[in-house]
Structures are given as structure tokens and as C-alpha cells.
Design a protein around this ligand. Structure first.
Ligand SMILES: Cc1cc2nc3c(=O)[nH]c(=O)nc-3n(C[C@H](O)[C@H](O)[C@H](O)COP(=O)(O)OP(=O)(O)OC[C@H]3O[C@@H](n4cnc5c(N)ncnc54)[C@H](O)[C@@H]3O)c2cc1C
Length: 433
């Protein structure tokens, strides 16, 4: 688990407006179950819920509290699909598995909204659609190609002209956009807490403040140890994403945690709030280093973007996000910026999430590349399917052995260089545009 992250979540809008959390006492002593889950974000909680609903005995161990990781910190944008577009997914994974991956990821947004409705989770969920605006000809081509490929598969994506884009966003800073009507937004922490309440109600056991410090075992049984106890299980699911630590070192080296940060205003005066994203959409633009923005249910403006590894760099980035917000929406000039927080997005080298079989009875899912609200939720169910008997080959996502990233120790300078290069390319293209 990555240290020193507690302070970063302290000033989060989502923490300040959270529903009551369930009681999840730390693990004490020995316990037995069918499936043990490590990590209480969307992936682990969704897996716990779906397994408990099938009558399996499930114990979830979370180092902090449910939703403490990226699931309680993110932008709450429910964006269907993967980083790669459907044609590329099918070309890279073949017509059968590729089509399954496209169906799973394309349906992931609907999966989330259906789950929330079925469980009655109160998390301000709105399927208003996800807007991806573009700012130059190159990004327009990317967005158009995406919309066309999904349209060919019957998905409800529409291209918006400049005027409609300006009306829906409340800013004329973009040349046009795509709207994916399968998407929307929600309160991310309340969604995670709702999943935790539902998993408990279905019979799962969740222990907070129980970091797993050791994993021993083989195909016939596994033991997970914490400071104060141990869990014996037939199967283990590792759902630690960008917070994967040394206990699961092999998985840790398959993802690169990148800091993403957000800033949010106090509740805006109605005359200002009504001019910004007036129909309640959320947006993330088509830059390489994208800006993602929305309002929350009470009318606070929330802006997110890339962060940096150092605290001072992150503070500087938060200042830039406030400036970028005012550039898009001059009406925010006098807004009071009350919240600022960040967290780790888990990136993978191939831009795909990974479903990794570590050995008999152990499966991990992580690396959502910034699209985990929908994908982590649905991958939790995929893990549940596998743990309750679905053969690996029948899953809608390829399960592979973990492939640690070569030269992992170089990740920080590599990320810094990639970010600088992407920024340069964005700026150069903007000048061309
Ligand atoms: C700032 C930010 C903005 C984002 N915005 C969006 C967005 O708008 N839309 C979108 O789709 N995605 C977004 N994402 C990504 C999304 O939040 C994640 O992909 C998703 O939440 C991953 O869920 P998870 O359950 O896999 O991991 P997490 O929610 O990170 O949960 C992992 C959990 O594992 C626990 N853990 C780690 N090690 C151990 C251990 N040894 N023992 C026990 N527990 C352990 C951690 O404490 C943590 O709670 C964003 C992420 C960030 C950080």
C-alpha cells in the first residue's frame, strides 16, 4: 500500500459529503471462508457483493476503510468503454475475445446504473451521458472515429456541433464533441459505501483497518495474514489497483500509479451554476493530459487533471486546475475553492485493464487507466464469476499471467518524461489547431 495518502483525501469534497459508512471492524483472530478479497474499492466490493448474493462465504480485507482508495476519490464520471476503441480491441484480441471485451466495456456504464437502481444506492447517479469535447482537428478525428466505431455496434453516441457543445458545456472553448449516452456521473464515495452496505446485507464480511501483510498458499487453500488475524480461503481475489504494495509485489509491478488531482468550489450561486454544464453532464476532454469536469448534486464545480509525485508539484497543479476552470468558465472568477484532493490512477503499459491469474485459486483485476468507475464495477463481477466456477476461457475478458513492467524502478522518471512529452504535444497541436 502506498503511504502518506491519508492527508491527500482529507480535503476531498466526497469525504465531506459522504453518507454514513458501514461498521467494518478490524479482523481479530482466525476466520474461514470460500473466497477472501483484498481491497475494498469498486473491484473488491462488487466481487464481494456478487459472491455473497450467490451464497458463498466471503471475507473482504481492506487496509483502511471501504472506498478509501481511488474509488472514494475519483471524478465520479461513468465512462463506458476502454482507452482503445472497439476496432483496435478486436484487432488486438481477435474477433471472439475482442467482441466479448467490447460488449463488457461498452455495457459497463449501464451495468453501474442498473446495479445502483437494483440496490437502491443513494449516490446522486445520473445517466445524463458523458461528453468528450475536442479542441483541434487531430482530437476531432480521434473523437469522430470513436463515435463511428461504437455507432457501427449500435451504441448511442452522437457527434455534437460547436453550438450544441457550447450549450451543453456552458463554454465555447471547444470546437465540438461526442456524447456517449451510456455514461453519466455519480458521487463516487457514496457509490462505494452503498456497495459496501449492500455486500454486508447480502452476507459478506468486511474488515476495515486490516492490511494484508502476507499471503501463503497454493491451489488447495490460502492464508492471508494481517497484524491481528488470519483468513483461510479456497480462493483469493486481489483488488488493490493503484494502492498495491509489497505484499503483492508481482502485481504491484504490473501497474504504474499516476497521481490525479481535483479541486472543487463551494456551492455556486444559482445564477452561476445554471450557466455551467446546465443539464448536469460531465465532461473529460480529448487532450493527452485531459481535463475532466462536472458539477456535484449541490452545484459545486469540480475540475480534475494530472497530478505530480511531489506534494509541492501537486499543489502547483491544483493552482493550475483552478486557473483552467476560470479560463473555461469566467463566471468562476470569484468562486471560493474549498476542496482539493488527489489519488492514484493505475495505468498499464498496454492501456488495458488486467485480469491476472497468479496461480491456482488466485486472481487479480486492476489497471483501469482512469476508467474504473464503470470497468472496476463490472470486473468485480467477472472475478465473482470466476471464483464461483466459471472457467477462465468462458470469461468476457482474457485472463493472463501477470507480466511485470520491465525496469519498474524507473517508473517515476519515465512518467515525468511521458507527461512532459504529452504536454508538449498537446501545446504544439493547440497552436496548429
Ligand atoms: C483522482 C482520481 C480521479 C479519477 N476519476 C475517474 C473518473 O472520473 N471516472 C473513472 O471511470 N475512473 C476514474 N478514476 C479511476 C477509478 O477511481 C479507479 O479505476 C477505480 O476506483 C479502481 O477501483 P479499485 O477497487 O480497483 O481500486 P481502489 O478503489 O483504489 O481500491 C484499492 C483498495 O485496496 C486497498 N489495499 C491496498 N493494499 C492492501 C492490502 N495489502 N490489504 C488490504 N487492502 C489493501 C486500498 O486501501 C484501497 O482501498 C479516477 C481515479 C483517481 C485517483
Amino acid at each position: 500500500m502506498i503511504e502518506n495518502e491519508a492527508g491527500v483525501i482529507a480535503n476531498s469534497l466526497w469525504t465531506a459529503t459522504a453518507n454514513p459508512a458501514p461498521d467494518c471492524p478490524p479482523l481479530q483472530g482466525k476466520a474461514d471462508c470460500d473466497v477472501a478479497i483484498v481491497g475494498g474499492g469498486y473491484t473488491g466490493l462488487s466481487a464481494a457483493l456478487h459472491l455473497a448474493e450467490r451464497g458463498l462465504r466471503v471475507i473482504l480485507l481492506e487496509a483502511m476503510t471501504p472506498g478509501w482508495g481511488a474509488s472514494g476519490r475519483n471524478g465520479g464520471q461513468v465512462n463506458p468503454g476502454l482507452k482503445e476503441d472497439p476496432d483496435t480491441i478486436e484487432a488486438q484480441h481477435g474477433p471472439d475475445m475482442g467482441a466479448r471485451m467490447v460488449a463488457l466495456s461498452g455495457g459497463a456504464g449501464q451495468f453501474v446504473f442498473d446495479l445502483i437502481a437494483r440496490l437502491g444506492i443513494e449516490c446522486d447517479a445520473h445517466q445524463t451521458g458523458w461528453i468528450q469535447p475536442y479542441h483541434n482537428q487531430l482530437s476531432e478525428a480521434v473523437v469522430r472515429k470513436r463515435a463511428q466505431q461504437w455507432n457501427r455496434r449500435g451504441a448511442p453516441l452522437d457527434l455534437l456541433d460547436r453550438q450544441t457543445t457550447a450549450e451543453l458545456l456552458g463554454t465555447d472553448a471547444y470546437l465540438g464533441a461526442m456524447i456517449d449516452r451510456r455514461g453519466g456521473n455519480l458521487h463516487p464515495l457514496n457509490y462505494a459505501l452503498g456497495l459496501a452496505h449492500a455486500a454486508l446485507a447480502a452476507g459478506a464480511v468486511i474488515h476495515g483497518h486490516s492490511p494484508v501483510i502476507a499471503h501463503e498458499g497454493s491451489g488447495v487453500g490460502h492464508v492471508l495474514r494481517t497484524e491481528a488475524g488470519q483468513v483461510r480461503a479456497q480462493k483469493v481475489l486481489i483488488c488493490t489497483n493503484g494502492y498495491t504494495g509489497k505484499t503483492f509485489g508481482k502485481m504491484r509491478r504490473t501497474v504504474v500509479p499516476i497521481r490525479s488531482v481535483q479541486v472543487a468550489t463551494e456551492v455556486l450561486p444559482p445564477e452561476v451554476a445554471s450557466t455551467i454544464l446546465p443539464q448536469g453532464h460531465s465532461a473529460s476532454d480529448a487532450r493527452r493530459l485531459l481535463l475532466y469536469f462536472r458539477k456535484d448534486a449541490a452545484g459545486r464545480f469540480v475540475m480534475g487533471g494530472r497530478g505530480k509525485y511531489s506534494e509541492s508539484g501537486t499543489a502547483e497543479q491544483m493552482r493550475r486546475l483552478r486557473a483552467a476552470s476560470v479560463a473555461l468558465y469566467p463566471a468562476l472568477r470569484d468562486a471560493e475553492w474549498k476542496f482539493a484532493w488527489g489519488g492514484f490512477v493505475a495505468m498499464t503499459q498496454d492501456h488495458y485493464p488486467h485480469l491476472n491469474e497468479l496461480g491456482p485459486g488466485v486472481m487479480a483485476a486492476m489497471g483501469y487507466n482512469g476508467r474504473g468507475v464503470a470497468m472496476a464495477s463490472v470486473m468485480g463481477k467477472v472475478l465473482a464469476d470466476w471464483a464461483s466456477g466459471t472457467p477462465t476461457a468462458a470469461l468476457p475478458f482474457p485472463a493472463t499471467p501477470p507480466r511485470p513492467i520491465p525496469f519498474y524502478f524507473m517508473r517515476k522518471p519515465a512518467v515525468t518524461a511521458t507527461v512532459a512529452w504529452s504536454l508538449l504535444k498537446d501545446r504544439w497541436e493547440e497552436r496548429q489547431g
